[in-house]
Design a protein around this ligand. Structure first.
Ligand code: ATP
Length: 332
């Protein structure tokens, strides 16, 4: 089961505070969309509006062709997975997963069979008799996912579902979540403030800032061609270099004015935009690469962060000839 979500001109105010301002977003049926942004940017508010836990101050939300105005959460074709799992500790995993089906009046044999199938879907085949306390955090989150999917929602809402897991488990669960989404075809709307998580799982990332949408695009585009300085900086480390009259401090740039944005890993000896000779100020070994600060000889006050190969000699004072392979010039 799957459906498109159409959000048009939605604003949300709490007294004097504005949580969302004129947000519009079209989500396709079967799409995996990630709402990404810093704390307080309005991600959870938007998710809660789709789920019906809050009614928008202004604007409309459609799921499929149906306007959701005044439709209670339990009557919407949505379910939500929260960070804290919210499993019933005294129930078996089977009964936890079957809970929503029981509420809908499905008979015991049918709902148990469905619950077992959902547990198999999330990699917990044959564990229906266990109880939540016998599981690891990652396994509990899988049960919560199975429970939410058991009622076959058109849209699954996920509010920082992996936030309580350690980094290694989170990375593993990201892969599993994406694979499960592909298998069931349900529309997933997933909230996180972790940009790597967003890139790992999303078909499209919705970058949010202070109650507004900054950029909506596939991960590669959001990272490599950010539309705004906020998106450029939020998606990872980036060098921001002022451009005036077609010139950056180190030389000419193919844009009249703005901010030249270059990711540290885009700087290399081969880049087409020439930065020229740069002196290494300091460097640190990061495992996958060496992170160094360098300054162009023609602009010694400009300090750039560059990622260099592990084999690169990086003693301070060494000079490298650098260019940028990919970059954007933003004019906001
Ligand atoms: P986080 O990542 O910290 O959960 P978020 O991006 O999900 O943040 P929201 O929880 O949507 O942000 O909150 C957006 C803004 O709306 C914040 O400034 C928050 O303080 C405010 N806000 C949210 N819910 C309420 C409420 N019930 N009453 C008043 N203000 C609220």
């Amino acid at each position: 089961m799957t459906a498109a979500v159409s959000i048009s001109n939605v604003s949300q105010r709490y007294g004097q505070a504005t949580a969302l301002t004129q947000v519009s977003l079209e989500i396709e049926a079967g799409e995996f969309v990630v709402l990404l942004g810093p704390s307080g940017c309005g991600k959870t508010t938007l998710l809660n509006l789709i789920g019906g836990f809050t009614e928008p101050t202004e604007g409309h939300i459609l799921i499929g062709t149906r306007d959701m105005a005044g439709v209670a959460p339990k009557d919407r074709p949505t379910t939500t997975v929260f960070q804290d799992y919210a499993l019933f500790p005294h129930m078996t995993l089977r009964d936890n997963v079957a809970f929503g089906l029981r509420m809908r009046g499905m008979d015991r044999a049918k709902r148990s069979a469905k619950a077992e199938a959902m547990l198999a879907l999330v990699g917990l085949e044959g564990r229906g008799d266990r109880r939540p306390h016998e599981l690891s955090g990652g396994q509990r989150q899988r049960v919560a996912l199975a429970r939410a999917l058991a009622v076959e929602p058109d849209v699954l809402l996920l509010d920082e579902p992996l936030g309580a897991l350690d980094l290694k488990l989170r990375r593993q669960m990201q892969g599993e979540l994406k694979a499960i989404q592909r298998r069931v075809g349900t529309t997933f709307v997933h909230v996180t403030h972790d940009q790597e998580e967003a890139m790992a799982i999303a078909d499209r990332i919705v970058v949010m800032n202070a109650g507004r949408i900054e950029h909506v695009a596939p991960p590669r585009e959001v990272y490599l061609q950010p539309k705004t300085l906020f998106t450029a900086s939020f998606m990872g480390e980036i060098n921001r270099i002022p451009v005036q009259g077609g010139n950056a401090p180190f030389g000419p740039v193919p844009a009249p004015d703005g901010t030249l944005c270059i990711r540290p890993e885009a700087l290399s000896p081969h880049g087409s935009l020439r930065i020229g000779l740069c002196r290494i100020d300091d460097a640190a070994f990061f495992g996958t690469h060496i992170r160094a600060h360098v300054s162009p000889l023609t602009a010694p006050d400009l300090r750039l962060v560059v990622h260099l190969p592990q084999s690169q000699p990086v003693e301070p004072g060494r000079v490298l000839d650098l260019g940028a392979e990919t970059y954007v010039v933003l004019t906001e």
